[in-house]
Design a binder for this molecule. Sequence first.
Ligand code: FE2
Length: 415
Amino acid sequence: MNIINARLRHSNDLYSLEIHDGLFDKITPQSSLLSASESSLDVAGKLLCAPFVEPHIHLDAALTAGEPNWNQSGTLFEGIERWGERKPMLNEADIRRRVLKTIELLVANGVQHIRTHADTSDPSLVGLKTLCDIRDELRDQIDIQVVAFPQEGLLSYPNGLQLMEQAMEYGADVVGGIPHFEYTRELGEQSMKTVIELALKYDRLVDVHCDEIDDPNSRYLEVLACEALFSELGSRVTASHTTAMHSYDNAYCSKLFRLLKKSGINFISCPTESIHLQGRFDSYPKRRGLTRVKELREAGINVCFAEDSIFDPWYSLGNGKLLRSLDFGLHICQMMGYQDFQRALDLITDNGAVALNIQHNYGIEVGKPANFIVLEGEDDYSVLRNQGEVMLSVRGGEILMQRQPSQVSYNRLAV
Ligand code: FE2
């Protein structure tokens, strides 16, 4: 496959890309616009970039909102209750149908790398097993990492630890946790140490739902970061949500950031989910409930955006469009400066790849797998501003998804 007239991020030139055996073979700047030929795919000056990364989504719960009951309060905790009512209805066919439909949505919107959480607070582990099976079946089309996620507590849910070990033995890629939901502070802290021990024992990554609450006293992040530092797992560890950091006082944050930076851990923020679920116990003023994305980024700490939910008990919208999450996130975190726009796509591409520890095989570089998307727009700014559609998604040099351009005609407007 040969591509011509492509724009790459952070460059004003046009490029030709040659692909052989599924890898980028040559990437060459063009001196002028080339004319299309039968042997080349002309992308007409559109932006070609690495595929979007969805680093935090709950595929096992997707497309279940309102079944059997809606989350009326909009709180995280009612979401967990409503999901508890849906869980007895789970079976492999139900999960498989919803997961495949959701993956289709994600692929249609440029995603080729997914990290999904699978609830292990379920003695049957049907969600986890089905997601691991789908991961293996779709390996050629999409990368999926499965997090064993103890939704109702690693140490508080009956046999939570044994279920986690079973999940590791079945082949989950990542150890999860939820310290702020454990019954006590002591259990929350212990769960962070246990998560790290399991990651070392089974040689897996770590991704914890950490401090997903507005409580400024929820400080499991420091325990997780400290354990990551001492165990030298560092960048193999991710803290998702950390919404309590929004409510920490600045003096504590100043001390905390020193540890975060040293530890090398990654952060994932879910803007649409957190603006919806957090601040629910506030009257006015209402907290935004997002972690300090801007400050983390300025401190040189890796942070990315994710969708978290698509039509589930926690969030009843969502459509697989990470550009939507990016748009929300930049607004909510007040990252609307010119420089922020120039590198906006980092938050749903490169930074997500670093969090997933896949960066060695990710990116538009000679020798790397020819995985890329082509976006309606010519740079980060124009793609973001116009919410540019994903026109093409290519994996290993083969077309995974292609979209026909939509056309608008005007009858009376003089344009
Ligand atoms: Fe989540």
